[in-house]
Write a protein that binds this ligand. Structure first.
Ligand SMILES: NC(=O)c1ccc[n+]([C@@H]2O[C@H](COP(=O)([O-])OP(=O)(O)OC[C@H]3O[C@@H](n4cnc5c(N)ncnc54)[C@H](O)[C@@H]3O)[C@@H](O)[C@H]2O)c1
Length: 433
């Protein structure tokens, strides 16, 4: 009780934390065939991830700050297996010895605190993308994960897709010559508003939902699904879809990050409505001069985006000195058949192999190896998207120091102010011990 009072944490959390600390040195997953899993955040993605995780472990608990959402998840998950228990505060999950693995499918502004709580409780996490809301949070998550020795997989599942992996390997092997330029098309965001405040429904704990984000009047347009279009909780389609396609483009370069970014706003948000930029073009430049142009699909690109023949403007186009390669979730195409040849003797295609993102995570839960999208990978790919968002918010050409993880040169002061976000008390780092 004395410790609880001193830390300001609930007694049950402090007690379990002390007990966990005593056991952590000896705890091993090696004897557990089917780890016990808890889902935190029961939206569409959470239910999907939890069903997927149920192939490898037993989902024993679900948690949501919206009671209706938690019940929906129980109904869905109980269809062909034992019904999971409902928990209201995710810290109660962290305190339990019988839960080994967390699926974190909360909105982006909650990702870091839940992941840090899991690290501190010694639980492995499958965390949805983008790994964090800000660059600074990302570095902190990496440090906490490494210090705790937990396994964290970021939910950027395109890295485990054969099609995207082939594209990256072929580009790196030089099959389109020297890489010159990459174009990424992402869906444009929503441009709606203004939204009038509404009465908070009984089933939702609106204060807890907002958590570390600033307190705002309730609107359904701020919560489920729509959180993506508010900078308080996310980054618009730059981070939502960018976490997938920009991640793949960056993976192909072999660089951790570009050295320059310049965002162009094509459509302004409506005052009082969603705050993220709906239509945009963002140009990144890598240290070797390779350009990465990110276009929102409704946009008539001011950088002269080429039109993909089949009109599928959602994907990645790699252009090299000797050809091009286009990849998205439905297809892979190239300037010649030879670019896409399957080479039985290829050694490089074995690079960073994973054919099943959730399976790769659970393999690592057992083996204690790092999964394909471990925390540093997730952090760097989220950072790419955050840089683009900051480019759009400052509307200035910016220089990025990837080693120091900060902007340098002109406009750096303003840009650096977007690298972190203040966490609203009590939902700061002390909330998770
Ligand atoms: N990997 C992918 O392809 C993919 C696809 C869609 C969504 N996502 C990601 O998954 C996450 C969830 O997306 P969604 O579309 O399911 O969102 P959603 O808004 O539908 O669901 C999020 C749920 O989390 C709950 N929640 C909020 N704060 C919580 C807290 N502190 N504790 C417990 N529950 C809390 C909400 O009440 C809500 O039910 C996002 O980060 C999103 O980027 C990934």
């Amino acid at each position: 009780m004395t410790v609880a009072a001193a830390t300001g944490l609930p007694a049950w959390l402090v007690e379990s934390r002390l007990a966990a600390a005593e056991e952590s040195a000896t705890k091993s997953m090696s004897g557990i065939n089917r780890p016990h899993v808890a889902l935190i955040g029961c939206g569409g993605m959470g239910k999907w991830d939890a069903s997927n995780a149920a192939n490898y472990g037993d989902v024993v608990a679900v948690c949501d700050v919206d009671a209706d959402r938690a019940e929906e998840a129980v109904t869905e998950l109980a269809k062909d297996r034992k019904a999971p228990e409902v928990v209201r505060d995710f810290r109660q999950i962290m305190a339990r010895d019988d839960i080994d693995v967390i699926v974190n499918a909360t909105p982006d502004h909650w990702h870091s605190l839940v992941n840090i709580a899991a690290a501190r409780a010694g639980k492995d996490v499958y965390s949805e993308k983008p790994l964090t809301l800000t660059v600074r949070e990302g570095r902190r998550v990496v440090e906490e994960v490494e210090q705790a020795g937990i396994v964290l997989q970021t939910g950027t599942q395109q890295r485990s897709s054969l099609r995207f992996r082939m594209a990256v390997n072929f580009v790196r092997e030089g099959r389109i010559g020297k890489l010159r330029k990459m174009d990424v098309w992402l869906p444009a965001g929503l441009r709606e508003g203004p939204f009038a405040p509404e009465v908070v429904p009984d089933n939702l704990n609106w204060d807890f939902w907002q958590g570390p984000a600033p307190m705002r009047p309730y609107s359904p347009k701020r919560t489920h699904t729509f959180f993506r279009y508010w900078y308080e909780y996310s980054g618009g389609t730059m981070t939502d879809w960018g976490a997938h396609h920009i991640d793949i483009a960056n993976w192909a370069t072999g660089f951790e990050a570009p050295s320059r970014v310049f965002g162009q706003v094509l459509t302004e948000p409506i005052p009082g409505g969603y705050t993220t930029i709906p239509e945009y073009d963002v140009r990144y430049t890598y240290p070797d001069g390779v350009a990465l142009n990110v276009h929102s699909t409704k946009a008539d690109s001011i950088f002269g985006a080429p039109v993909i023949e089949d009109g599928q403007r959602n994907g990645i186009l790699f252009t090299g000195t000797e050809g091009w390669l286009w990849v998205n979730r439905g297809q892979i195409k190239a300037s010649s058949r030879d670019v896409l040849r399957r080479d039985a003797n290829a050694t490089t295609s074995q690079r960073e192999m994973s054919g099943d993102h959730m399976g790769n995570f659970f393999d690592c839960v057992h083996s204690r190896q790092r999964p394909i999208c471990h925390a540093e990978v997730g952090h760097r790919s989220a950072s790419m998207c955050h840089l683009g968002v900051i480019g759009l918010r400052t509307r200035e050409p910016l220089n990025w120091d990837a080693k120091a993880e900060r902007f340098v040169g002109r406009h750096a002061a303003e840009a650096n102010s977007y690298l972190s976000a203040e966490m609203r008390a009590p939902y700061d780092l002390s909330f998770v011990g």
